[in-house]
Design a protein around this ligand. Structure first.
Ligand code: NAD
Length: 261
């Protein structure tokens, strides 16, 4: 737990499921005021809200699409109107789909780039504008992926978007450092969330993924939420422009484990 997080206002995009949901719960446990952005009613954001409130936490929900400028602007206005501030913004919303690249449609390319890269840009821009205007030394955290480093055939739009988020984050961190606004990424490896539900329901595919992880197991969303809490806290006060990789060692060339290779 990080005492300095108490009372901080945080927006998390795509927060009704998976990693975003775990981050919302963790910040609520840290006694932050949490704005949960959700995309569709099917994700049942009310259940998450109820869970947080029953645990003594403070949260509100707002529907919206991170690819729409007016929606992202509305998230920040909502945080200000509801809780009077914005201290932490987590760009978590993201999508992927598998397509051999020679058949990748412009529509799919645009959808993934718009959500993962443009949505993150809009979130960073709106959060930074608010923090600058209100002299808030805030923290912006983007959930990128190990695919900001590892190339990924059949998911080239996803890899391109996450690679883009890496240099977006690094450039913004430089730009806003004089104002005390820190910008960082978290790069998860394979985490057990709805985005992987189909893949991990197939024992063979799951085993194939586990082989790529030196620690030997698929990560839990709460392990990524711990990274977000740390990065937002004063304990990470000197950390900006960096990617915190939480991947069980996946980016460390697992083929070379045990001296092979
Ligand atoms: P998820 O599918 O549960 O979460 C993605 C969330 O984004 C969903 O709630 C979805 O509704 C929301 N979303 C999608 N499009 C949106 C839009 N236009 N506007 C607002 N919200 C939108 O999967 P997850 O694993 O929790 O993914 C969260 C983030 O973590 C993503 O950015 C993903 O790329 C990243 N990530 C996940 C893994 C993993 O193994 N699970 C690994 C690396 C990175």
């Amino acid at each position: 737990m990080y005492a300095d997080l108490q009372g901080k206002v945080v927006i998390i995009t795509g927060a009704a499921t998976g990693i975003g949901k775990a981050i919302a719960k963790r910040f609520a446990e840290e006694k932050c005021k949490v704005v949960i952005n959700y995309f569709s009613e099917e994700e049942n954001p009310e259940e998450l809200l109820k869970e947080i409130e029953q645990g003594g936490g403070t949260a509100s929900i707002i529907q919206g699409d991170v690819t729409k400028e007016e929606d992202v602007e509305a998230f920040v206005k909502f945080a200000h109107d509801t809780y009077g501030s914005l201290d932490i913004y987590v760009n978590n919303a993201g999508i992927e789909n598998e397509v051999p690249s020679e058949r990748l449609s412009l529509e799919d390319w645009n959808k993934v780039l718009n959500t993962n890269l443009t949505g993150t840009f809009l979130g960073c821009r709106e959060a930074a504008e608010y923090m600058l205007k209100n002299d808030i030394k805030g923290s912006i955290i983007n959930i990128s992926s190990v695919h900001e480093i590892i190339p990924w055939p059949h998911f080239v739009h996803y890899a391109a978007s996450k690679g883009g988020v890496k240099l977006l984050m690094e450039s913004l961190a430089l730009e806003f450092a004089p104002d005390g606004i820190r910008v960082n990424n978290i790069a998860p490896g394979a985490i057990d969330t709805p985005i992987n539900a189909e893949k991990f329901s197939d024992p063979e595919k799951k085993k194939g993924v586990e082989k790529l992880i030196p620690l030997g197991y698929i990560g839990e969303p709460g392990q990524i939420a711990s990274c977000a809490a740390f990065l937002a806290s004063e304990q990470a006060g000197y950390v900006t422009g960096t990617t915190l990789i939480a991947d069980g060692g996946m980016t460390k060339y697992p083929g070379f484990q045990a001296g092979k290779g």
